[in-house]
Design a protein around this ligand. Sequence first.
Ligand SMILES: NC(=O)c1ccc[n+]([C@@H]2O[C@H](COP(=O)([O-])OP(=O)(O)OC[C@H]3O[C@@H](n4cnc5c(N)ncnc54)[C@H](O)[C@@H]3O)[C@@H](O)[C@H]2O)c1
Length: 322
Amino acid sequence: MSILVTGIAGFIGSHVARVLLERGEQIIGIDNFSDYYDVNLKKNRLKVLENFDNFTFHNVDISNIVSVENIYKKYTFNKVCHLAAQAGVRYSLEAPMEYINTNIVGHTNILECCRNYNVKNIVYASSSSVYGGNTKVPFSVKDRVDNPVSLYAATKRADELISYTYHHLYDLNTIGLRFFTVYGPWGRPDMATWIFTKKIINKEPIDVYNNGNMERDFTYIDDIVAGTISVLDSINKEGLKLSKVYNIGNNKPENLLSFISVIENYLNIKAIKKFKPIQPGDVIKTYADISDIKNDFNFLPTTSIKEGVPKFIDWYKLYHKL
Ligand SMILES: NC(=O)c1ccc[n+]([C@@H]2O[C@H](COP(=O)([O-])OP(=O)(O)OC[C@H]3O[C@@H](n4cnc5c(N)ncnc54)[C@H](O)[C@@H]3O)[C@@H](O)[C@H]2O)c1
């Protein structure tokens, strides 16, 4: 019996897989090394995992049903941790079909194979983006999420709905995790923590959207990994039949300018800020109500940005030999 991790060369997938491998799980990982950002970074994340004997990797595009099916034919999975996606809010305005192919066709391919090969337990990545322009905070899983403001958000919401349908029709247990702005070592070059750190080090100006009047519930990768694994571990406890979504965030929104000042202070370099209007598709504030995941899975984030940001910067400098 093994666990299938999709998007294993990605930021969150590689961390989740490493922790599962360390405790001895058999992990089959798939990824297509999409070139949305630096493919070498993905290959280097994978190198860390390749040190484990209990790890097998296959280059698979989840939007190709035949390739996905070959994996399900070859192995017996007891669980799937489905993290592969075309991520990024802004890029969904430029390349909408990438989102449809990977996030909708690919997600459905994974569910369809779970149905046909009798894999009952799936934990998958959703996103805080599904809350769109909601202004009632903190965001609760009980809130309506019918107004996505980017195609990325719409595809993630579609994943939640399709997962529910597969639960209803075929008895699959599906849990969607709405991740809130994840950051940390091995993070993503398209996200704020990386972009700000890189530009501040290089003394280049940083774009500060909505004149800095934005808040994000920044969540440290180790907290995300602990929460994701705790959900994976418990999803099939006592033969539960369920289809649910949970918020997984730090439960502490940070103002963009104070986030930048944590980076400036640790680097001891002042940022050159270029204030810009809000970008299409962006939301002003994210803030996770995490009471459900706390109650059901004992999720408790412990890393503040004052602890987490320095850990990212230390890794960033080491990785780039600075
Ligand atoms: N990082 C965050 O802050 C955040 C926030 C909300 C939701 N999420 C979601 O969490 C999941 C993991 O995000 P991440 O930050 O690790 O992103 P990531 O881009 O680093 O990882 C996703 C991985 O999926 C792979 N992939 C893309 N298309 C594929 C395809 N067609 N077939 C196979 N593999 C494919 C990519 O190559 C990449 O390695 C995603 O579903 C993302 O939408 C992330």
